[in-house]
Design a protein. Structure first.
Length: 338
């Protein structure tokens, strides 16, 4: 355990009082300078720590906001019947506000090669979704997080991580709230006809041999309806799990459930999560508008098709009116409403 993690552990276990630098130094067999350096590092990682002369340091825990100690406590209370090495030694970093958790995750991976991490924020000022679109991330209503992982997968198989995470998010939401959710191919989570969560996976490859260096999987979840409602441009599509934070404080338990469920999906037979992905599909049996894009993310056209299912590669199987059948691995679709 790193020095700052040991200092954080003491502060978390004594969050009701100030702990002096001298006390922490004695308990950890460190110098007070080392304790001060650890405190500085914790603050830079997003922890709110109050320092008072002649008293010491106190960790400020905002009730209802993500908290590493409470997440780990929630994890220990959950049943875990698998061994997932991809999540071994997962560092959890919590921030109040960031531009984008995926951007923080990318910087973390560059500064800490080989170290797995989960970056969590209560709000984003520049959250993004697929194709560079913005992801509305206001404070006080959502949960935004990004995993930094080093999967032993080739690039082709790494594309399945999005569908794996979609199943994990669905399970975690149901574990925590009891709300039944569905999946809109390929990366959106819906309750009824409203989007409550989105997933953005970014694979970083080596230029030399085009191998997979690391993967960042970002997840944005609308926990509560934002004050004043959603912006006009997404009001007809966006939804939330609960009306407001007074209904239930679920942030820490939901994060713990997501870590647990993602580890489960990563270790179970592929047919298990794939079958669940199919069963949760909100598109199968419906007509959709298919929007295709070029490699430069320029829209190349629209067409209409009937969705027949999801294949073993998590591609969307469609049948066009002229009889053509295809399995889509790229593009976007929207349900045709009559």
């Amino acid at each position: 355990m790193k020095t700052k993690d040991k200092v954080l552990d003491i502060l978390q276990k004594n969050s009701n009082r100030y702990v002096s630098g001298e006390e922490m130094a004695e308990r950890l067999f460190l110098t007070r300078a080392a304790v001060w350096k650890a405190i500085k590092g914790l603050k830079e990682s997003g922890h709110r720590i109050e320092a008072v002369t002649n008293k010491g340091y106190k960790l400020i825990i905002d009730v209802g906001l993500p908290n590493e100690h409470m997440i780990r406590e929630a994890l220990t209370s959950q049943e875990i019947s698998y061994e997932c090495h991809m999540l071994d030694g997962l560092n959890i970093l919590v921030f109040d506000e960031v531009e984008s958790t995926n951007d923080i995750a990318r910087r973390y991976a560059l500064d800490n090669p080989g170290e797995r991490a989960l970056i969590i924020a209560s709000s984003q000022t520049n959250g993004r979704g697929r194709r560079g679109r913005s992801f509305y991330s206001p404070k006080g209503s959502g949960l935004y997080l990004s995993f930094v992982l080093y999967p032993d997968l080739n690039l082709e198989k790494a594309t399945r991580l999005t569908s794996m995470m979609a199943v994990a998010v669905a399970r975690a939401i149901e574990d925590t709230t009891g709300i039944r959710v569905s999946i809109k191919w390929v990366n959106d989570i819906y309750v009824a006809d409203k989007k409550v969560a989105g997933i953005l996976t970014e694979a970083i490859t080596s230029i030399e041999d085009e191998s997979l260096s690391y993967v960042i999987i970002g997840v944005g979840i609308n926990l509560y309806l934002p004050e004043g409602g959603f912006p006009e441009n997404i009001r007809d599509v966006a939804g939330a799990l609960l009306q407001d934070s007074g209904d239930k404080d679920i942030s820490n338990s939901l994060i713990a459930a997501l870590i647990n469920r993602f580890g489960q999906v990563l270790t179970e037979p592929m047919e298990n999560y794939l079958e669940e992905y199919r069963n949760r599909s909100m598109l199968t049996g419906h007509y959709v508008k298919v929007m295709q894009y070029s490699k430069e993310d320029e829209k190349t056209g629209n067409d209409y098709a009937y969705v027949t299912g999801i294949d073993d590669e998590c591609r969307l199987c469609v049948r066009y009116d002229d009889g053509r059948e295809m399995s889509l691995s790229t593009g976007e679709v929207s349900v045709v409403k009559y």
